[in-house]
Design a protein around this ligand. Structure first.
Ligand code: B1N
Length: 803
């Protein structure tokens, strides 16, 4: 049933009255949010139930996406959009003098992820439901999401993100689906009627309780499930947890999300978290298979179940499925291994050495004795199988257990039928460099799946004005079929459309300017170039290169050399233990302070570092961007996804030829992107020959020297130690991110940006081309490729959504 405005108003009154004894006039935004979200829940719940029944009846294969992070952001507007109710509800509320955006702002972000990896997992959930595949998320219900970032004297401080303080309106606790997960103790193998069976002694038993969140597909899509696990003391084990400390240790298991992005720390609690959600997820899958589907033949499991391992964090799924099959279901090893490999697939998200998970054998043996035995056996058989077929060196390099450590990527590869990278270059580097030995062993397992983004959120929700312009020009069907966005290119010479495009951008920039004023007190000119770098703070992402450019612009302005007005906007969190990243934040903040308060600069240049970048803030910044900064050291950014969102919103990209930037360039053509910098061969040449000597570059380039010296000559107040740290880093022999090597090329690219900015029409045309070609990064296309090539899914047959 399509919801009418009148019907919505009636329901709203009823909910407000029932829940809060309020009416629309007296209710707070938070009450209104609770009431509207309840109406939304009522809207999808019947279908959610029907889909589960259809799944069981049709026995279609399902994918389970295992990820230690999911980063959906807020759900109210996206659920409204996907139900087809967004416009109606917005208008009905307006009739009542209420503002949907203000009501929606009462929802805390569901920030159970760090950055791109977690956001991708959330995008995949939305897309599976929207394209009609039954796909389920499996993850952790962290009590505290990613920390809230505050700046105090320019330094990053972290505050807990207690997102569950207010009740979450989307989750449903499913106590009946709870399972038990075991840690520690000793394991003895005993002969039970000819089957070697583990007997556990002194282990700790934790209860995993699932909280299900509905994933509402777009329009005629499905309603799928994101299952997040919480840890509790099992009622039957109360006596084994006599003290508060004992109990707290159980609760701690799911209390925090590790705030590291593209990095790895071998902490015991993290290992516990990984096993916890992997074991719980697999047990619930096997319960569904053997009980709900009433299937006793586990050799058929791969026809019904695909498990996807999102980076190595859930790689223990391979050993845990072996354990469940062999120990609990008494499947023989070879058969179990065959099943496991067919079920499992793995995505690699980084080639950064410091992000590669390796667990200490002793730690794993103590925490997960049976899992360690199973991994040891997998490793042994792997080595035996290769002996004589390849050199011993290859075996040594590829085996799972080495130097007292378990290499999780090796486990993931050996136990999966598919291994993919997240952009063409990244996959190529996996095949030819990082995982070369494995590629030689199993060439057929490797494939590329370039990332995608939820265009629905980044256009229809974040940029409704641009979405309306697309409707007016190319018709509305792009909302269902993103291919049609290519038709927007036909308006390349249409002056009216180009003007509209720039009016919309200006409007979005005014809104952001207002927000910046409210948040920081700083006034920015909406007609300036809005130059945006939003992503985690990481040395390889090179916010530092942007900083050097800012210093150069500042020095020019001081010397009377003119530049078009520019507002540089940063959003970035640093991992709390990442010293260098935090030093960069401090120096950028002090530089911003200096520039923003220098009367000589006037408002020619402003630098705004917005606190606490998250999905909601992204929705404000991205539609207002003119320039998208994608300036990582080539080979280091696996894909990037902010590059795609910014492009879809008409920002022009300045980019190294790294990650998916290359594919953006392929899509728009070289005239519609500002590419610069070292290519991958040049980068690897520096590494191979140890021939990067930045000091020479610095001594021989007066402009570079002047910008870099600003870090240490007292130009920037209040950060001499941090400035010195950056200075030393840039000039260090063989500095691995090659910041100074790209400096000059970056300045040239920025000069070209200034030239282009002065040709307003050309800028608008380039922007239009970028919007049109962002269809290539529609996550639904990515998901179709996963579904077809890796998971082998068919779409579920359901009656068209009756919502
Ligand atoms: O995954 C994104 C990519 O677009 C980015 O290029 C890539 O950097 C990012 C350990 C990670 N790689 N590795 C992580 C996150 C958390 C963690 O604890 C590693 N994130 C990425 C999506 O493919």
């Amino acid at each position: 049933m399509q919801l009418t405005k009148e019907e919505f108003k009636k329901r709203l009154e009823r909910k407000l009255d029932n829940y809060f004894e309020e009416d629309v006039k007296s209710a707070s935004n938070s009450d209104l949010y609770a009431a509207v979200s309840a109406i939304v829940r009522d809207g999808y719940t019947p279908q959610w139930r029907r889909i589960r029944i259809a799944e069981t009846n049709q026995k279609q294969k399902q994918v389970y996406y295992f990820s230690i992070e999911f980063l959906p952001g807020t759900l109210l507007k996206s659920n409204l959009l996907n139900l087809g109710w967004l416009k109606t509800v917005r208008e009905a509320l307006a009739d009542l003098h209420l503002d949907l955006d203000k009501i929606a702002a009462a929802e805390p972000d569901m920030a159970l992820g760090n950055g791109g990896l977690g956001r991708l997992a959330a995008a995949f959930m939305d897309s599976l439901a929207s394209t009609g595949y039954t796909g389920n998320g499996n993850g952790i219900r962290y009590k505290y999401g990613l920390f809230k970032q505050k700046f105090v004297n320019g330094y990053q401080k972290e505050l807990p993100n207690d997102w569950l303080k207010k009740e979450d309106h989307w989750e449903v606790r499913r106590e009946s689906k709870s399972v038990l997960v075991r840690f520690g103790g000793k394991v003895n193998m005993v002969d039970d009627n000819g089957w070697m069976t583990p007997q556990y002694e002194g282990e700790r038993v934790v209860r995993a309780v699932p909280y299900d969140v509905a994933v509402v597909g777009y329009k005629d899509g499905l309603t799928n499930t994101l299952r997040l696990w919480d840890a509790e003391v099992p009622p039957e084990e109360e006596l084994n947890y006599p003290t508060i400390t004992d109990r707290r240790r159980v609760e701690d298991l799911t209390s925090i999300l590790y705030p590291d992005d593209s990095n790895y720390e071998g902490r015991l609690l993290r290992l516990k978290q990984e096993y916890f959600f992997v074991s719980a997820g697999l047990q619930s899958i096997l319960n569904y298979y053997t009980k709900d589907l009433d299937n006793k033949d586990l050799t058929k499991l791969p026809n019904y179940v695909a498990v996807h391992i999102n980076d190595t964090h859930p790689a223990m799924a391979i050993a845990e499925l072996m354990r469940l099959l062999v120990d609990e279901h008494r499947v023989d090893w070879d058969t179990a291994w065959n099943i496991t490999q067919k079920v499992m697939s793995y995505t690699n998200h980084t080639i950064m050495a410091e992000a590669m998970e390796k667990w200490d054998v002793n730690m794993m043996s103590q925490l997960l004795p049976r899992i360690m035995q199973i991994i040891t056996e997998i490793d042994r058989r792997f080595c035996v199988g290769l002996k004589g077929h390849v050199s011993d060196d290859v075996i040594e390099r590829t085996r799972i257990i080495k130097n007292g450590q378990v290499q999780m990527a090796h486990l993931a590869i050996i136990g999966s039928h598919s291994i993919n990278g997240v952009a063409a270059l990244h996959t190529q580097l996996l095949e030819t460099k990082v995982l070369k030995d494995f590629y030689n062993l199993y060439p057929d397992r490797f494939n590329n799946k370039t990332n995608g983004i939820t265009l629905r959120r980044w256009l229809q929700i974040a940029n409704p004005e641009l979405s309306d312009l697309l409707d007016e020009t190319i018709g509305k069907n792009w909302r269902n079929d993103s291919d049609e966005m290519l038709n927007f290119e036909k308006y390349y010479h249409d002056t009216k459309v180009l003007h509209k495009l720039s009016d919309i951008k200006l409007d979005n920039k005014k809104k952001l300017a207002k927000f910046i004023k409210e948040r920081t007190g700083i006034v920015v000119d909406p007609t300036a170039i809005f130059d945006v770098q939003v992503k985690r703070l990481h040395a390889y992402k090179r916010q530092t290169l942007k900083l050097l450019h800012i210093l150069k612009l500042y020095q020019d302005l001081k010397a009377g050399i003119d530049h078009p007005k520019r507002v540089v906007i940063f959003g970035a969190k640093a991992a709390p233990s990442y010293v260098f990243a935090k030093q960069v934040i401090k120096v950028i903040n002090e530089t911003a302070n200096m520039i923003n308060n220098d009367p000589d600069v006037n408002d020619k240049l402003k630098v705004i570092f917005l606190e606490d970048y998250d999905v909601s803030l992204a929705e404000r910044i991205i539609p207002a961007a003119d320039v998208s900064e994608q300036i990582s050291t080539t080979t280091k950014e696996a894909s990037g996804t902010s590059n795609m969102k910014l492009m879809a919103n008409g920002a022009l990209t300045v980019a190294t030829m790294d990650g998916a930037n290359i594919e953006i360039k392929d899509a728009v053509g070289e005239d519609n992107i500002f590419s610069f910098g070292l290519n991958k061969d040049q980068v690897y040449k520096y590494y191979a020959e140890h021939s990067y000597h930045p000091r020479e570059m610095y001594e021989n380039d007066a402009v570079m020297k002047k910008a870099v010296d600003a870090l240490i000559d007292g130009t920037i107040p209040n950060c001499s130690a941090e400035g010195q740290a950056l200075f030393n880093n840039f000039l260090g022999d063989n500095e691995q991110f090659l910041v100074l090597a790209d400096f000059e090329a970056y300045l040239r690219a920025q000069a070209k940006i200034e030239q282009t900015w002065k040709q307003k029409r050309l800028w608008e045309q380039m922007s239009l081309v970028n919007i049109a070609h962002s269809e290539r990064f529609d996550v639904d296309k990515t998901i179709e490729r996963y579904a077809e090539d890796i998971w082998h899914l068919k779409k579920l047959e359901v009656e068209k959504a009756d919502r």
